[in-house]
Write a protein that binds this ligand. Structure first.
Ligand code: GDP
Ligand code: GDP
Length: 453
Protein backbone atom coordinates (compact mmCIF):
# COMPACT_ATOMS: atom_id res chain seq x y z
CA UNK A 1 0.00 0.00 0.00
CA UNK A 2 1.29 3.47 -0.77
CA UNK A 3 1.65 6.30 1.69
CA UNK A 4 -1.76 7.74 2.66
CA UNK A 5 -2.80 11.09 1.22
CA UNK A 6 -5.15 13.39 3.09
CA UNK A 7 -6.96 16.22 1.31
CA UNK A 8 -7.78 19.42 3.14
CA UNK A 9 -10.88 21.12 1.75
CA UNK A 10 -12.95 24.11 2.69
CA UNK A 11 -13.90 27.49 1.38
CA UNK A 12 -11.28 30.25 1.15
CA UNK A 13 -9.97 31.86 4.32
CA UNK A 14 -11.12 29.33 6.88
CA UNK A 15 -7.53 28.52 7.82
CA UNK A 16 -6.64 25.54 5.62
CA UNK A 17 -3.08 26.54 4.87
CA UNK A 18 -2.47 27.53 8.49
CA UNK A 19 -3.57 24.02 9.46
CA UNK A 20 -1.41 22.37 6.80
CA UNK A 21 1.58 24.32 8.07
CA UNK A 22 0.88 23.15 11.58
CA UNK A 23 0.45 19.50 10.57
CA UNK A 24 3.70 19.66 8.63
CA UNK A 25 5.32 20.95 11.80
CA UNK A 26 6.33 24.32 10.46
CA UNK A 27 5.59 27.79 11.57
CA UNK A 28 2.92 29.60 9.66
CA UNK A 29 4.13 30.66 6.25
CA UNK A 30 2.20 33.13 4.17
CA UNK A 31 -1.50 33.51 4.74
CA UNK A 32 -3.77 35.79 2.82
CA UNK A 33 -6.84 37.58 3.94
CA UNK A 34 -8.48 38.05 0.57
CA UNK A 35 -11.08 35.39 -0.10
CA UNK A 36 -10.53 33.41 -3.28
CA UNK A 37 -6.87 34.27 -3.41
CA UNK A 38 -4.90 31.48 -4.99
CA UNK A 39 -1.54 30.62 -3.57
CA UNK A 40 1.08 27.94 -3.44
CA UNK A 41 -0.53 24.63 -2.93
CA UNK A 42 1.90 21.99 -1.95
CA UNK A 43 1.76 18.40 -0.96
CA UNK A 44 3.44 18.24 2.43
CA UNK A 45 4.94 15.35 4.24
CA UNK A 46 3.58 14.87 7.77
CA UNK A 47 3.73 12.31 10.51
CA UNK A 48 1.80 11.51 13.64
CA UNK A 49 3.08 8.77 15.91
CA UNK A 50 4.28 5.97 13.67
CA UNK A 51 2.18 7.17 10.74
CA UNK A 52 3.67 8.98 7.79
CA UNK A 53 1.29 10.63 5.39
CA UNK A 54 0.96 13.38 2.81
CA UNK A 55 -1.36 16.33 3.20
CA UNK A 56 -2.58 18.37 0.28
CA UNK A 57 -4.21 21.76 0.58
CA UNK A 58 -6.69 21.74 -2.30
CA UNK A 59 -7.12 25.52 -2.38
CA UNK A 60 -10.31 27.41 -1.62
CA UNK A 61 -13.27 25.44 -2.88
CA UNK A 62 -16.00 27.64 -4.30
CA UNK A 63 -18.81 25.99 -6.20
CA UNK A 64 -20.99 28.84 -7.34
CA UNK A 65 -18.35 30.91 -9.12
CA UNK A 66 -16.47 30.17 -12.34
CA UNK A 67 -14.19 33.15 -12.51
CA UNK A 68 -10.41 33.25 -12.34
CA UNK A 69 -8.68 30.09 -11.20
CA UNK A 70 -11.70 28.63 -9.46
CA UNK A 71 -12.58 25.93 -12.03
CA UNK A 72 -8.94 24.87 -12.03
CA UNK A 73 -8.87 24.70 -8.22
CA UNK A 74 -12.05 22.63 -8.24
CA UNK A 75 -10.63 20.22 -10.72
CA UNK A 76 -7.47 19.89 -8.65
CA UNK A 77 -9.51 19.29 -5.53
CA UNK A 78 -11.52 16.55 -7.26
CA UNK A 79 -8.40 14.79 -8.42
CA UNK A 80 -6.71 15.17 -5.04
CA UNK A 81 -9.71 13.69 -3.32
CA UNK A 82 -9.75 10.77 -5.72
CA UNK A 83 -6.26 9.91 -4.44
CA UNK A 84 -6.98 10.46 -0.76
CA UNK A 85 -7.91 8.05 1.95
CA UNK A 86 -9.56 10.72 4.12
CA UNK A 87 -10.63 14.34 3.91
CA UNK A 88 -10.32 17.10 6.49
CA UNK A 89 -13.12 19.57 5.92
CA UNK A 90 -12.18 22.87 7.55
CA UNK A 91 -14.85 25.39 8.56
CA UNK A 92 -14.60 28.69 10.40
CA UNK A 93 -16.06 28.44 13.93
CA UNK A 94 -16.06 32.18 14.46
CA UNK A 95 -17.98 32.87 11.29
CA UNK A 96 -20.36 29.96 11.77
CA UNK A 97 -22.05 27.78 9.19
CA UNK A 98 -22.33 29.41 5.75
CA UNK A 99 -24.11 28.52 2.52
CA UNK A 100 -20.77 27.63 0.92
CA UNK A 101 -20.07 25.18 3.79
CA UNK A 102 -23.41 23.53 3.06
CA UNK A 103 -22.51 23.12 -0.61
CA UNK A 104 -19.14 21.60 0.14
CA UNK A 105 -20.64 19.42 2.88
CA UNK A 106 -23.26 18.07 0.55
CA UNK A 107 -20.69 17.31 -2.12
CA UNK A 108 -18.49 15.54 0.45
CA UNK A 109 -21.38 13.37 1.59
CA UNK A 110 -21.63 12.11 -1.99
CA UNK A 111 -17.96 11.02 -1.98
CA UNK A 112 -17.47 7.70 -0.29
CA UNK A 113 -14.60 8.86 1.89
CA UNK A 114 -14.19 9.39 5.61
CA UNK A 115 -14.58 13.08 6.41
CA UNK A 116 -13.23 14.80 9.52
CA UNK A 117 -14.94 18.04 10.31
CA UNK A 118 -12.41 20.53 11.70
CA UNK A 119 -13.99 23.64 13.21
CA UNK A 120 -11.13 26.08 13.10
CA UNK A 121 -10.51 29.37 14.93
CA UNK A 122 -11.77 27.90 18.23
CA UNK A 123 -8.98 29.20 20.45
CA UNK A 124 -10.86 28.98 23.69
CA UNK A 125 -11.82 25.50 24.82
CA UNK A 126 -15.22 26.42 26.27
CA UNK A 127 -16.58 28.73 23.65
CA UNK A 128 -14.97 26.47 21.04
CA UNK A 129 -17.27 23.60 21.89
CA UNK A 130 -20.27 25.88 21.61
CA UNK A 131 -19.11 27.23 18.25
CA UNK A 132 -18.47 23.73 16.94
CA UNK A 133 -21.90 22.45 17.98
CA UNK A 134 -23.61 24.26 15.14
CA UNK A 135 -21.79 22.13 12.57
CA UNK A 136 -23.49 18.88 13.62
CA UNK A 137 -26.18 19.95 11.14
CA UNK A 138 -23.87 19.13 8.25
CA UNK A 139 -24.41 15.45 8.92
CA UNK A 140 -20.70 14.67 8.72
CA UNK A 141 -20.23 13.37 12.24
CA UNK A 142 -18.71 15.04 15.26
CA UNK A 143 -17.27 18.50 14.67
CA UNK A 144 -13.80 18.83 16.20
CA UNK A 145 -13.11 22.24 17.73
CA UNK A 146 -9.54 23.33 17.04
CA UNK A 147 -7.23 26.20 16.23
CA UNK A 148 -4.63 26.06 13.52
CA UNK A 149 -2.89 29.09 14.96
CA UNK A 150 -2.75 27.96 18.59
CA UNK A 151 -2.61 24.25 17.96
CA UNK A 152 -5.32 23.16 20.36
CA UNK A 153 -7.54 20.36 19.06
CA UNK A 154 -5.09 19.34 16.34
CA UNK A 155 -3.91 16.31 18.34
CA UNK A 156 -7.47 15.09 18.64
CA UNK A 157 -7.97 15.66 14.93
CA UNK A 158 -4.86 13.65 14.08
CA UNK A 159 -5.84 10.81 16.44
CA UNK A 160 -9.13 10.54 14.57
CA UNK A 161 -7.42 10.84 11.22
CA UNK A 162 -4.90 8.03 11.62
CA UNK A 163 -7.73 5.60 12.42
CA UNK A 164 -8.44 5.66 8.69
CA UNK A 165 -4.86 4.83 7.67
CA UNK A 166 -3.40 1.43 6.86
CA UNK A 167 -1.04 0.05 9.52
CA UNK A 168 2.36 1.79 9.17
CA UNK A 169 4.20 -1.46 8.40
CA UNK A 170 1.97 -2.00 5.38
CA UNK A 171 2.97 1.26 3.73
CA UNK A 172 5.60 0.82 1.05
CA UNK A 173 8.38 3.38 0.69
CA UNK A 174 7.95 5.78 -2.22
CA UNK A 175 9.75 4.70 -5.38
CA UNK A 176 12.31 7.06 -6.80
CA UNK A 177 11.03 9.42 -9.45
CA UNK A 178 12.54 11.14 -12.44
CA UNK A 179 11.54 14.78 -12.74
CA UNK A 180 10.76 15.61 -16.35
CA UNK A 181 10.10 19.10 -17.76
CA UNK A 182 8.38 19.35 -21.14
CA UNK A 183 9.32 22.71 -22.59
CA UNK A 184 9.24 24.45 -25.95
CA UNK A 185 7.67 27.37 -27.77
CA UNK A 186 3.88 27.75 -27.84
CA UNK A 187 2.15 25.42 -30.30
CA UNK A 188 4.96 22.93 -30.76
CA UNK A 189 2.70 20.25 -29.27
CA UNK A 190 3.62 20.10 -25.58
CA UNK A 191 0.11 19.59 -24.32
CA UNK A 192 -0.58 17.05 -27.05
CA UNK A 193 2.48 15.12 -25.86
CA UNK A 194 1.41 15.49 -22.25
CA UNK A 195 -1.94 13.99 -23.18
CA UNK A 196 -0.17 11.16 -24.92
CA UNK A 197 1.76 10.44 -21.69
CA UNK A 198 -1.13 10.73 -19.33
CA UNK A 199 -3.87 9.69 -21.71
CA UNK A 200 -4.07 6.24 -20.23
CA UNK A 201 -5.99 7.03 -17.11
CA UNK A 202 -4.50 4.18 -15.12
CA UNK A 203 -1.05 5.69 -15.56
CA UNK A 204 -1.90 8.71 -13.43
CA UNK A 205 -0.71 8.32 -9.90
CA UNK A 206 -1.39 11.77 -8.59
CA UNK A 207 -1.25 15.40 -9.50
CA UNK A 208 1.17 17.12 -7.20
CA UNK A 209 1.54 20.81 -6.83
CA UNK A 210 4.94 22.25 -7.16
CA UNK A 211 6.60 25.11 -5.48
CA UNK A 212 5.51 27.92 -7.74
CA UNK A 213 2.07 29.38 -7.95
CA UNK A 214 -0.25 26.96 -9.68
CA UNK A 215 2.56 24.78 -10.93
CA UNK A 216 0.82 21.46 -10.83
CA UNK A 217 2.97 18.42 -11.41
CA UNK A 218 1.64 15.11 -12.51
CA UNK A 219 3.15 11.78 -11.71
CA UNK A 220 2.89 8.92 -14.16
CA UNK A 221 4.23 5.46 -13.61
CA UNK A 222 5.50 2.93 -16.07
CA UNK A 223 7.26 -0.39 -15.43
CA UNK A 224 7.68 0.39 -11.73
CA UNK A 225 9.28 3.72 -12.55
CA UNK A 226 7.76 7.06 -11.69
CA UNK A 227 8.05 10.20 -13.74
CA UNK A 228 7.05 13.53 -12.31
CA UNK A 229 5.96 15.78 -15.15
CA UNK A 230 6.83 19.26 -13.98
CA UNK A 231 4.34 22.13 -14.18
CA UNK A 232 1.64 20.50 -16.22
CA UNK A 233 -0.59 23.51 -15.49
CA UNK A 234 1.82 25.63 -17.49
CA UNK A 235 1.55 23.22 -20.40
CA UNK A 236 -2.17 22.71 -20.45
CA UNK A 237 -4.39 25.51 -21.54
CA UNK A 238 -7.77 25.43 -20.00
CA UNK A 239 -10.79 26.94 -21.63
CA UNK A 240 -12.69 29.49 -19.55
CA UNK A 241 -9.71 30.18 -17.36
CA UNK A 242 -7.93 33.47 -17.45
CA UNK A 243 -4.21 33.17 -17.08
CA UNK A 244 -1.94 36.08 -16.36
CA UNK A 245 0.51 37.27 -19.02
CA UNK A 246 3.42 35.47 -17.37
CA UNK A 247 1.64 32.14 -17.30
CA UNK A 248 3.13 30.69 -20.47
CA UNK A 249 6.23 32.83 -20.49
CA UNK A 250 9.85 31.91 -20.78
CA UNK A 251 10.39 32.39 -17.04
CA UNK A 252 7.96 29.63 -16.41
CA UNK A 253 9.97 27.38 -18.73
CA UNK A 254 13.18 28.37 -16.92
CA UNK A 255 11.64 27.46 -13.58
CA UNK A 256 10.51 24.11 -14.92
CA UNK A 257 14.05 23.44 -16.18
CA UNK A 258 15.42 24.30 -12.75
CA UNK A 259 13.17 21.79 -11.02
CA UNK A 260 13.80 18.94 -13.44
CA UNK A 261 16.31 16.13 -13.87
CA UNK A 262 15.54 15.64 -17.55
CA UNK A 263 14.23 18.22 -20.01
CA UNK A 264 12.24 17.27 -23.07
CA UNK A 265 12.88 20.17 -25.43
CA UNK A 266 10.08 20.01 -27.97
CA UNK A 267 10.67 21.43 -31.44
CA UNK A 268 8.19 21.82 -34.27
CA UNK A 269 9.42 19.73 -37.22
CA UNK A 270 7.81 22.11 -39.69
CA UNK A 271 9.38 25.28 -38.26
CA UNK A 272 12.78 23.77 -37.43
CA UNK A 273 15.08 25.21 -34.78
CA UNK A 274 14.32 28.83 -33.93
CA UNK A 275 16.16 31.40 -31.89
CA UNK A 276 13.88 30.80 -28.94
CA UNK A 277 14.69 27.10 -29.06
CA UNK A 278 18.38 28.00 -28.92
CA UNK A 279 17.75 30.20 -25.91
CA UNK A 280 16.04 27.34 -24.10
CA UNK A 281 18.85 24.99 -25.13
CA UNK A 282 21.44 27.34 -23.64
CA UNK A 283 19.57 27.42 -20.37
CA UNK A 284 19.26 23.63 -20.17
CA UNK A 285 23.00 23.27 -20.56
CA UNK A 286 23.70 26.07 -18.10
CA UNK A 287 21.54 24.39 -15.48
CA UNK A 288 23.30 21.10 -16.12
CA UNK A 289 20.16 19.15 -16.96
CA UNK A 290 19.92 15.98 -18.98
CA UNK A 291 18.02 16.51 -22.21
CA UNK A 292 16.21 14.77 -25.03
CA UNK A 293 15.34 16.84 -28.11
CA UNK A 294 11.87 15.86 -29.27
CA UNK A 295 11.11 16.84 -32.86
CA UNK A 296 7.32 16.74 -32.94
CA UNK A 297 4.85 16.86 -35.88
CA UNK A 298 7.06 14.49 -37.83
CA UNK A 299 3.89 13.39 -39.64
CA UNK A 300 3.68 16.83 -41.25
CA UNK A 301 7.10 16.65 -42.92
CA UNK A 302 7.57 15.22 -46.38
CA UNK A 303 10.23 12.59 -46.14
CA UNK A 304 12.58 10.46 -48.13
CA UNK A 305 15.22 8.09 -46.83
CA UNK A 306 17.70 10.90 -46.10
CA UNK A 307 15.35 13.22 -44.27
CA UNK A 308 16.00 11.95 -40.74
CA UNK A 309 19.74 12.08 -41.26
CA UNK A 310 19.71 15.57 -42.75
CA UNK A 311 17.34 16.82 -40.12
CA UNK A 312 19.49 15.40 -37.33
CA UNK A 313 22.56 17.18 -38.73
CA UNK A 314 20.61 20.41 -39.03
CA UNK A 315 19.34 20.23 -35.43
CA UNK A 316 22.78 19.32 -34.11
CA UNK A 317 24.46 22.22 -35.88
CA UNK A 318 21.87 24.71 -34.65
CA UNK A 319 21.76 23.35 -31.09
CA UNK A 320 25.41 23.55 -30.23
CA UNK A 321 24.76 23.74 -26.51
CA UNK A 322 22.92 20.45 -26.65
CA UNK A 323 25.25 18.38 -28.77
CA UNK A 324 25.01 15.74 -26.04
CA UNK A 325 21.23 15.34 -26.36
CA UNK A 326 19.70 12.46 -28.30
CA UNK A 327 17.11 13.52 -30.89
CA UNK A 328 13.85 11.68 -31.33
CA UNK A 329 11.33 12.25 -34.12
CA UNK A 330 7.75 11.79 -33.04
CA UNK A 331 4.16 12.67 -33.79
CA UNK A 332 1.82 13.40 -30.93
CA UNK A 333 -0.95 13.37 -33.52
CA UNK A 334 -0.44 9.82 -34.81
CA UNK A 335 1.32 8.55 -31.69
CA UNK A 336 4.38 7.59 -33.74
CA UNK A 337 7.36 6.82 -31.44
CA UNK A 338 5.73 8.67 -28.53
CA UNK A 339 6.26 5.69 -26.22
CA UNK A 340 9.96 5.78 -27.07
CA UNK A 341 10.31 9.17 -25.39
CA UNK A 342 10.23 7.73 -21.88
CA UNK A 343 12.76 5.08 -22.96
CA UNK A 344 15.10 7.93 -23.84
CA UNK A 345 14.30 9.68 -20.57
CA UNK A 346 15.35 6.53 -18.69
CA UNK A 347 18.65 6.38 -20.57
CA UNK A 348 19.65 10.00 -20.11
CA UNK A 349 18.48 10.12 -16.47
CA UNK A 350 20.74 7.19 -15.70
CA UNK A 351 23.70 8.81 -17.43
CA UNK A 352 23.02 12.07 -15.62
CA UNK A 353 23.27 10.35 -12.23
CA UNK A 354 26.13 8.13 -13.23
CA UNK A 355 29.37 7.75 -11.29
CA UNK A 356 32.45 6.38 -12.96
CA UNK A 357 35.34 5.02 -10.93
CA UNK A 358 38.64 6.88 -10.91
CA UNK A 359 40.40 3.85 -12.40
CA UNK A 360 38.08 3.66 -15.40
CA UNK A 361 38.20 7.42 -15.96
CA UNK A 362 42.00 7.46 -15.94
CA UNK A 363 42.14 4.58 -18.35
CA UNK A 364 40.02 6.60 -20.78
CA UNK A 365 42.22 9.62 -20.13
CA UNK A 366 45.44 7.72 -20.85
CA UNK A 367 43.94 6.41 -24.08
CA UNK A 368 42.90 9.92 -25.10
CA UNK A 369 46.29 11.52 -24.38
CA UNK A 370 48.16 8.75 -26.16
CA UNK A 371 46.30 9.50 -29.39
CA UNK A 372 46.67 13.19 -29.06
CA UNK A 373 49.06 14.60 -26.48
CA UNK A 374 48.35 17.86 -24.71
CA UNK A 375 49.43 21.02 -26.54
CA UNK A 376 52.65 22.89 -25.83
CA UNK A 377 52.86 26.57 -25.15
CA UNK A 378 54.88 28.83 -27.44
CA UNK A 379 57.76 28.57 -25.00
CA UNK A 380 57.74 24.84 -25.60
CA UNK A 381 56.27 23.92 -22.22
CA UNK A 382 53.90 21.04 -22.55
CA UNK A 383 50.61 20.63 -20.76
CA UNK A 384 50.49 17.60 -18.52
CA UNK A 385 47.44 15.87 -17.07
CA UNK A 386 48.30 13.95 -13.89
CA UNK A 387 45.03 12.27 -13.24
CA UNK A 388 41.32 12.87 -13.07
CA UNK A 389 38.47 11.92 -10.81
CA UNK A 390 34.70 12.37 -10.75
CA UNK A 391 33.69 14.68 -7.93
CA UNK A 392 29.93 14.82 -8.32
CA UNK A 393 27.02 13.67 -10.44
CA UNK A 394 23.79 15.06 -11.89
CA UNK A 395 25.49 16.28 -14.00
CA UNK A 396 28.72 14.34 -13.79
CA UNK A 397 31.64 16.62 -12.91
CA UNK A 398 35.22 15.52 -13.42
CA UNK A 399 38.26 17.31 -12.07
CA UNK A 400 41.45 17.02 -14.13
CA UNK A 401 44.62 17.81 -12.18
CA UNK A 402 47.15 19.35 -14.52
CA UNK A 403 50.41 21.25 -14.33
CA UNK A 404 48.95 24.47 -15.69
CA UNK A 405 45.36 24.87 -16.90
CA UNK A 406 46.36 27.69 -19.24
CA UNK A 407 48.25 25.27 -21.44
CA UNK A 408 45.01 23.53 -22.38
CA UNK A 409 43.15 25.43 -25.07
CA UNK A 410 39.44 25.04 -25.86
CA UNK A 411 40.13 22.67 -28.71
CA UNK A 412 42.00 20.26 -26.50
CA UNK A 413 39.40 20.51 -23.75
CA UNK A 414 36.68 19.68 -26.26
CA UNK A 415 38.77 16.78 -27.53
CA UNK A 416 39.06 15.30 -24.04
CA UNK A 417 35.34 15.66 -23.43
CA UNK A 418 34.62 13.97 -26.74
CA UNK A 419 36.96 11.11 -25.87
CA UNK A 420 35.33 10.65 -22.47
CA UNK A 421 31.99 10.49 -24.18
CA UNK A 422 33.05 8.03 -26.84
CA UNK A 423 34.79 5.80 -24.30
CA UNK A 424 32.31 6.03 -21.45
CA UNK A 425 28.92 7.09 -22.82
CA UNK A 426 27.26 9.92 -20.85
CA UNK A 427 24.58 10.22 -23.52
CA UNK A 428 22.12 13.01 -22.93
CA UNK A 429 23.86 14.60 -19.97
CA UNK A 430 26.13 17.61 -19.83
CA UNK A 431 29.64 16.85 -18.55
CA UNK A 432 31.48 19.35 -16.43
CA UNK A 433 35.24 19.17 -16.82
CA UNK A 434 37.24 21.22 -14.35
CA UNK A 435 40.89 21.84 -15.08
CA UNK A 436 42.90 22.40 -11.92
CA UNK A 437 46.51 23.36 -11.65
CA UNK A 438 48.27 21.84 -8.65
CA UNK A 439 51.52 21.89 -6.87
CA UNK A 440 53.49 18.91 -8.24
CA UNK A 441 54.11 17.15 -4.94
CA UNK A 442 50.55 17.49 -3.81
CA UNK A 443 49.43 16.00 -7.08
CA UNK A 444 51.64 13.00 -6.67
CA UNK A 445 50.43 12.41 -3.17
CA UNK A 446 46.78 12.49 -4.22
CA UNK A 447 47.58 10.40 -7.24
CA UNK A 448 49.11 7.70 -5.05
CA UNK A 449 46.08 7.80 -2.83
CA UNK A 450 43.76 7.52 -5.81
CA UNK A 451 45.51 4.48 -7.25
CA UNK A 452 45.49 2.77 -3.88
CA UNK A 453 41.70 3.11 -3.60
P1 GDP B 1 -7.20 29.30 3.83
O1 GDP B 1 -7.61 30.27 2.77
O2 GDP B 1 -8.35 28.44 4.21
O3 GDP B 1 -5.98 28.51 3.50
O4 GDP B 1 -6.91 30.17 5.15
P2 GDP B 1 -5.53 30.71 5.78
O5 GDP B 1 -4.78 29.61 6.42
O6 GDP B 1 -4.86 31.52 4.74
O7 GDP B 1 -6.12 31.62 6.93
C1 GDP B 1 -7.06 32.65 6.67
C2 GDP B 1 -7.08 33.65 7.80
O8 GDP B 1 -7.55 33.00 8.98
C3 GDP B 1 -5.71 34.22 8.14
O9 GDP B 1 -5.87 35.57 8.43
C4 GDP B 1 -5.30 33.43 9.36
O10 GDP B 1 -4.45 34.19 10.20
C5 GDP B 1 -6.64 33.18 10.04
N1 GDP B 1 -6.60 31.95 10.85
C6 GDP B 1 -6.14 30.73 10.48
N2 GDP B 1 -6.25 29.85 11.51
C7 GDP B 1 -6.76 30.52 12.55
C8 GDP B 1 -7.09 30.17 13.89
O11 GDP B 1 -6.91 29.05 14.37
N3 GDP B 1 -7.63 31.15 14.68
C9 GDP B 1 -7.84 32.41 14.22
N4 GDP B 1 -8.37 33.28 15.04
N5 GDP B 1 -7.52 32.78 12.97
C10 GDP B 1 -7.00 31.86 12.13
P1 GDP C 1 1.57 23.52 -27.09
O1 GDP C 1 1.21 24.96 -27.19
O2 GDP C 1 3.05 23.33 -27.25
O3 GDP C 1 1.03 22.84 -25.88
O4 GDP C 1 0.94 22.81 -28.37
P2 GDP C 1 -0.41 21.96 -28.55
O5 GDP C 1 -0.26 20.60 -28.02
O6 GDP C 1 -1.57 22.79 -28.07
O7 GDP C 1 -0.47 21.83 -30.13
C1 GDP C 1 -0.51 22.96 -30.99
C2 GDP C 1 -1.11 22.57 -32.31
O8 GDP C 1 -0.28 21.63 -32.99
C3 GDP C 1 -2.47 21.91 -32.17
O9 GDP C 1 -3.30 22.38 -33.21
C4 GDP C 1 -2.17 20.44 -32.34
O10 GDP C 1 -3.27 19.73 -32.88
C5 GDP C 1 -1.01 20.46 -33.31
N1 GDP C 1 -0.14 19.29 -33.15
C6 GDP C 1 0.37 18.82 -31.98
N2 GDP C 1 1.13 17.72 -32.19
C7 GDP C 1 1.09 17.48 -33.52
C8 GDP C 1 1.68 16.50 -34.38
O11 GDP C 1 2.37 15.58 -33.96
N3 GDP C 1 1.42 16.62 -35.72
C9 GDP C 1 0.66 17.60 -36.22
N4 GDP C 1 0.47 17.63 -37.53
N5 GDP C 1 0.08 18.54 -35.45
C10 GDP C 1 0.28 18.49 -34.13
Amino acid sequence: MSRPIVAIVGRPNVGKSTLVNRLAGERIAIVHDQPGMTRDRTYRECFWGAHEFTVVDTGGLVFADDTEFLPLIREQAFTAIAQSCAVIFVVDGQEGLTAADWQIGQWLREQSLPVLLAVNKCESANSGLALAGEFWQLGLGEPIAMSGIHGNGTGELLDELVKHFPAPDQVEPEPEEIKVAIIGRPNVGKSSLLNAFTGEKRAIVSPISGTTRDAIDMVVSRDEKRYRLIDTAGIRRKKNVEYGPEFFGINRAFKAIERSDVVLLVIDAVDGVTEQDQKLAGRINEEGRACVIVVNKWDAVEKDSYTIYDYTQEVKSRMMFLDYAPIIFVSALTGQRVTKILDQVDIVAEQHRRRVSTAVLNEALTEATSWHSPPSSRQGKQGKIYYCTQVSSAPPAIVLFVNDPQRFNDNYRRYIEKQFRSALGFEGTPLRLMWRGKNQREVERSSNRATRV
